[in-house]
Design a protein around this ligand. Structure first.
Ligand code: CA
Length: 581
């Protein structure tokens, strides 16, 4: 591979300005892939203390509110009962305070689950959405439909609310410290606290530490890969919203495009965004994508593996029939009106201001655009999630006085208001782009140089965080590493998958085991096998097409490779190979 040590030397010289440090700095240049030796494997241990752990692990600023011995059984997350081994549950909060800005009480709430039979590893479970909830600390391993968890695999797992209660909704954004805690500071505070708990519980700290999450949790992971590289050996980022403030503004942009073609109004007299595109109309688009792109990977199987090739093959203007003027009212899913095509084309092209400057990434057209999760994010979330997040958390100063909900989304000015996500003032000294996104996202030098590894996955039909953005990020990581970062960081697109799960996809996979094998055994993941959750499976995905076997398998391939059909049973991963696209 081609190396670019001069680039790194130049950055180091500029940063350090001292010739004596240049030798050490030069070692930060990327090593050839073969030189990435695995880190020593974690050694198992046994829980030595639970009941008196609060006293043993006392730390200033940390309050343990409950310590509970939990027998082997199940822990319910949402409405799914997950198997859990015998463990010690520690609940508490850090840095409790009253905000001098909004006078509200804040703390970083957390729980930690420490298994009796420990695998020697720590897992930070980063949660989704606006945080605010201490989701049970089981540790997601990637994809949809739980089968196992990090806790079940023997990890000590922490989960937290990132510094604010969910009852506040987005209003925690009125407090500048709560913004920072949500963005990155809760992770920075909790990580050493968790490692101390582990040391007191097992008699030694974790041998290896991992960080994982999807959506906003994937964002946390991308941030941790840069800000907390010294604390973690492996990072797993799913559908990462690493440009979350931009994506949220793009959601408002989308709402404005849908409103322009909405055919119905809500009871409140507002445009009903759901009426902009009926499910039959989005199914039409999905079918036309499949017509043009499904076979590009060697098999028409309802999965578009070659997203890049599809980009050149699918043009909504020519691929989808245009309804004759006046005929759109019948809307039976046979055509789209010209204004509908323009609205969809603009959304997929990526949010822009009036000068045509991009605000957020493009999105790839994919077969998963007919999914229920796609509709939820595109048509419901702008008013319910994104308007509040942009108004209270991402705008400086906050736009708290405006009408909220859909009126906020439709009234948001892409020229005047969007720059607020990059703004600071005397109260809010860090912009949303600063506290929410990884600083120098493509600079993974610290993680790379300590022997760490990173796996990223992203559904190509994710409606809110674009896999195009993640692909572009990975291209930058490649460029920063002499054209090949695969020795320590790999990105696995998941064809058809919506936001973190769902869609017409093989969306069940174990990325955590792949990451551990890579970090500790040096087994780089050449592919990761994914399974569909069809009818009759334990947690079925209703959008698995009827023509698929219920447990169809496919290899997920490291970008830019794609899964190509090589012959044999079309329902089995073994009939496909990861090849350069
Ligand atoms: Ca295909």
């Amino acid at each position: 591979m081609t190396r670019q040590p001069h680039l790194h030397l130049g950055l180091c010289a500029a940063a350090l300005g001292a010739a004596g440090l240049l030798a050490a700095c030069a070692s930060r240049a990327p090593a050839p892939n073969a030189a990435h030796a695995p880190l020593a494997a974690a050694r198992p241990g046994t829980l030595q203390a639970c009941a008196d752990l609060a006293a043993r692990a006392a730390l200033p600023g940390t309050v343990y509110t409950a310590v509970t011995e939990v027998p082997a059984g199940t822990v319910t997350v949402g409405n799914v009962a997950m198997a859990a081994p015998a463990h010690c549950l520690v609940q508490g909060r850090m840095n409790e305070r009253t905000s001098p800005v909004d006078q509200q009480r804040y703390a970083i709430g957390f729980e930690m689950r420490l298994p009796v039979a420990w695998n020697g590893r720590f897992f930070y479970q980063a949660n989704g959405g606006l945080d605010g909830v201490v989701v049970p600390a089981l540790g997601g391993i990637g994809g949809g439909g739980p089968r196992s968890s990090a806790l079940q695999m023997g990890f000590a797992v922490i989960s937290a609310d990132a510094g604010h209660p969910g009852s506040m909704g987005p209003r925690f954004g009125l407090d500048p410290q709560a913004r920072l805690d949500y963005g990155y500071n809760a992770v920075a505070q909790l990580t050493p606290m968790a490692k101390n708990l582990i040391a007191k519980a097992y008699g030694r700290g974790p041998d290896r530490s991992y960080f994982g999450g999807c959506s906003n949790g994937g964002r946390h992971a991308m941030v941790a890969a840069v800000r907390s590289a010294q604390q973690y050996d492996g990072v797993l980022a799913g559908d990462p919203g690493f440009n979350l403030p931009k994506a949220a503004v793009a959601q408002l942009y989308g709402a404005q495009q849908y409103a322009a073609v909405a055919s119905a109004k809500t009871p409140a007299g507002q445009p009903d965004l759901q009426s902009a595109f009926t499910p039959a109309e989005m199914k039409l688009v999905a079918n036309k994508v499949l017509e043009r792109c499904d076979a590009l990977d060697g098999l028409a199987d309802g999965i578009v593996s070659n997203v890049q090739a599809c980009r050149a093959k699918f043009d909504i203007q020519t691929a989808v029939p245009t309804c004759a003027a006046g005929a759109a009212a019948t809307r039976d899913g046979m055509c789209l009106s010209a204004p509908q095509k323009k609205a969809l084309a603009d959304v997929f092209k990526g949010a822009r201001n009036s000068a045509g400057q991009p605000i957020y990434s493009s999105f790839p057209f994919d077969a998963g655009v007919s999914g229920a999760n796609w509709r939820e994010w595109k048509f419901a979330s702008p008013a319910t999630r994104d308007a509040g997040a942009v108004a209270f958390i991402f705008s400086t100063p906050p736009l708290a006085d405006r009408p909220q909900g859909l009126p906020f989304a439709l009234g948001f000015d892409m020229d005047r208001d969007a720059p607020r996500i990059a703004a600071t003032d005397g109260v809010f000294r860090e912009s949303a782009l600063s506290f929410m996104t990884p600083p120098a996202a493509a600079d993974l030098g610290a993680l790379r140089d300590k022997g760490g590894r990173m796996i990223v996955y992203h559904g190509t039909s994710d409606p809110v965080f674009s896999s195009d953005d993640t692909a572009a990020w990975y291209e930058r990581v490649q460029a920063a590493n002499g054209g090949d970062a695969s020795g320590f960081a790999r990105y696995f697109p998941v064809p058809g998958m919506n936001h973190c799960a769902g869609g017409p996809a093989t969306d069940q996979f174990d990325m955590l085991s792949a990451l551990v094998d890579w970090v500790e055994q040096g087994k780089a993941p050449a592919s990761v096998t994914a399974t569909a959750r069809g009818a009759g499976t334990p947690v079925p995905n209703a959008e698995v097409p009827a023509g698929w076997s219920a447990q169809r398998t496919r290899p997920l391939c490291p970008y830019p490779q794609v899964a190509v059909y090589t012959g044999g049973d079309t329902e089995r991963a073994s009939s496909f190979a990861c090849k350069a696209s």
